[in-house]
Design a protein around this ligand. Structure first.
Ligand code: ATP
Length: 306
């Protein structure tokens, strides 16, 4: 009994970890099929991606029966466009991207990609159309080359190198002790938050999905160099339907639409400038963030004084 219990428990824990942190281990789910909470319907067809228009239509969802997390959420991300989700902690932003990846089935409403209900297509086809750049990327205890190749196992070495170049991590890798053969992960070279996110970007570039889900890092990326990750992020999102969970509003001023979530509901929506003019929740968040940045810059200056 003990022998059986341990691996099952391991699967369960691991699956929850993947759901919770939304780590980019899509393929890992293959191994965990037994423990998945969602199932393909009998005779499910593969998702046919055309331009990858994403729609949430009156979606309501709760993890626990008594606590609704999303309430009647509707929005459309036209093919190739970017929608940003903002709002206080716990408002449901990450839940939206988890649902799009179908980690859970919804209670009410429909999630649609190119006119197909995602609950009716195979999970495999759905997940192969979606690339995830999570906040915290899990690295395997293996070489940096292996870790990037994970985006597309049969990628050629030159493709790995150009993905790394696009993700702005190639030069760094060349400076690692063994270049692309350097062992990384818990038992190897530890990468910074920004470097790990660059690995995720490189993986996603290799995967070349039609849809990108991006969970922007909250804190780890404070230095000037790390801010440059924005360029790499824009490259991975370019011409792809993108849903970004944004924490720093400055990164989303050019988004096609911003959805402001509060307690699981969309309370405001529009472009950055229209939301600023509205003078509501978004406007307050923006002013708050500017104040925080000024305070931060002041304290940085303080640190430089002798
Ligand atoms: P943050 O900015 O802090 O990441 P968020 O807006 O992404 O927050 P979600 O992670 O989507 O918020 O969480 C929305 C609500 O759902 C929260 O009240 C959270 O406690 C709850 N929740 C999230 N995951 C689970 C879960 N696995 N089981 C039960 N409740 C959950």
């Amino acid at each position: 009994i003990i022998q059986l219990y341990v691996p099952l428990n391991w699967f369960g824990t691991y699956y929850r970890l993947i759901q919770k942190n939304f780590v980019d281990m899509e393929n890992m789910l293959e191994l965990l099929k037994e423990k998945q909470e969602v199932h393909d319907i009998p005779g499910a067809k593969a998702l046919e991606v055309k331009g990858a228009t994403v729609e949430f239509r009156n979606v309501s969802f709760s993890y626990l029966p008594e606590k609704p997390v999303l309430k009647n959420v509707s929005f459309i991300v036209p093919a190739g466009h970017t929608v940003a989700l903002v709002g206080p902690s716990g408002s449901g932003k990450s839940t939206i991207i988890r649902l799009l990846f179908r980690f859970y089935d919804i209670n009410e409403g429909t999630i649609i990609i190119d006119d197909q209900d995602i609950s009716q297509v195979t999970q495999e086809s759905l997940r192969s159309a979606i690339g995830v750049v999570p906040q915290d990327t899990v690295l395997f205890n293996n070489t940096i080359r292996f870790n990037i190749r994970y985006g597309r196992i049969n990628a050629f070495d030159h493709e790995i190198i150009s993905a790394a170049q696009y993700a702005d991590i190639h030069d760094k890798i060349l400076n690692f002790p063994d270049g692309y053969e350097t062992q990384v992960g818990e038992r190897g070279l530890k990468l910074s938050g920004g470097e790990k996110q660059r690995v995720a970007i490189a993986r996603t570039l290799l995967k070349a999905p039609s849809i990108v889900l991006l969970d922007e890092a909250t804190s780890a990326l404070d230095t000037e160099t790390e801010r440059n990750i924005q360029d790499a992020l824009s490259r991975v999102c370019a011409h792809r339907t993108t849903v970004v969970v944004a924490h720093r509003l400055s990164t989303i001023i050019n988004c096609d639409e911003i959805l402001v979530l509060k307690d699981g509901e969309i309370v405001e929506r529009g472009t950055h400038s229209s939301l600023l003019n509205l003078g509501g929740v978004y406007n307050r968040m923006w002013n708050q963030q500017i104040e925080n940045e000024e305070e931060y810059n002041e304290s940085e200056k303080g640190n430089l004084l002798p």
